[in-house]
Design a protein around this ligand. Structure first.
Ligand code: DAK
Length: 258
């Protein structure tokens, strides 16, 4: 079904593994479309609780596909950009947590893909960057907007305007990755975080995600009102009953069976 990625669901985790070795997992149109379908499947499949995105080989994603992009005129480029933005927004609004396990090169659209995920775990071998200015363009899948939100405006300008590469450990230092681990620890660590997320109340985790993502771009008063609405969703859930009852009964909460 997929030509450029592997999709597998195991014990509540959907693994989306970019697998286009001839172009270091670069995002051509077909790959963007396949990612869209894979994330749609994640949303619809009740067996999926958490998603881990990673790359096969030495790259996470080496960016948008330069060979394909090179042939696009301005109008086609615009359509391509809409497709990329739609994918990033789809990931950001997925009602399940998404972890990027960044194994290697995460350049251009690859860095942007990781930034649309909720949590980034970098391998020490990871290399993040937005090298678009080397190609005569700027980040086109939300990088100029998501990078400053993660690392601050000054650092984002430094990275984007000088096309500076950021290795895994530095990515953690500046807030571009939440954790940085040895390459062989990457998937076990990402799975550990996935299991931690799965043990929490799913509706609460989903509502926390939407409250943070949506509220971040609103003024404080509107964002606070939005938080109240998200909290109200939690208050109507079985998870809230189970979580609070479990606390009072001095036992672990069991959200999976509710
Ligand atoms: N696209 C296409 N092919 C790529 C590629 C890419 N992004 N990156 C690597 N490849 C291909 C190489 O061409 C090479 O193919 P062959 O020559 O073997 O056929 C193969 O993958 C292996 O790459 P290298 O031989 O270069 O491998 P190295 O280990 O020596 O170097 C590298 C690895 C990641 C440092 C290097 O490959 C590299 O610099 N890659 C390009 C990185 C880059 O500039 N990424 C793109 C950023 S631009 C838009 C919206 C969004 C975007 C654009 C437009 N619109 C709205 C229109 C986003 C743009 C970007 O992401």
């Amino acid at each position: 079904m997929y030509n450029n990625l592997k999709y597998e669901v195991k014990e509540g985790i959907a693994y989306i593994t970019l697998n286009r070795p001839k172009a270091l997992n670069a995002l051509n149109t077909e790959t963007l479309n396949e990612l869209h379908v894979a994330f749609h499947d994640c949303e619809k499949d009740d067996a999926v609780k958490v998603v881990i995105v990673t790359g096969e080989g030495k790259a996470f994603v080496a960016g948008a596909d330069i060979a394909e992009m090179c042939k696009l005129n301005a109008l086609e480029g615009r359509a391509y950009m809409y497709r990329g933005h739609a994918l990033m927004n789809q990931i950001e609004s997925l009602q399940k947590p998404v972890i990027a396990a960044v194994n290697g090169f995460a350049l251009g659209g690859g860095c942007e893909l990781s930034m649309a995920c909720d949590i980034r775990i970098a391998s020490e071998a990871a290399v993040f960057g937005q090298p678009e200015v080397n190609l005569g363009i700027i980040p086109g899948f939300g990088g100029t907007q998501r990078l400053p939100r993660l690392v601050g405006k000054g650092m984002a300008k430094y990275i984007i305007m000088t096309a500076k590469n950021i290795k895994g450990p530095q990515a953690k230092e500046i807030g571009l990755a939440e954790e940085c681990v040895a390459p062989e620890e990457l998937m076990p660590f990402a799975e550990k975080i996935a299991k931690k997320l799965m043990a929490k109340a799913p509706i609460a985790v989903a509502q926390a995600k939407v409250a943070i993502n949506t509220g971040y771009d609103l003024d404080m008063k509107t964002a606070s009102q939005f938080e109240i609405e998200c909290m109200t969703q939690c208050f109507t859930s079985e998870d809230k009953k189970e979580g609070m009852t479990a606390f009072l009964e001095k036992r672990d909460a069991d959200f999976m069976n509710k």
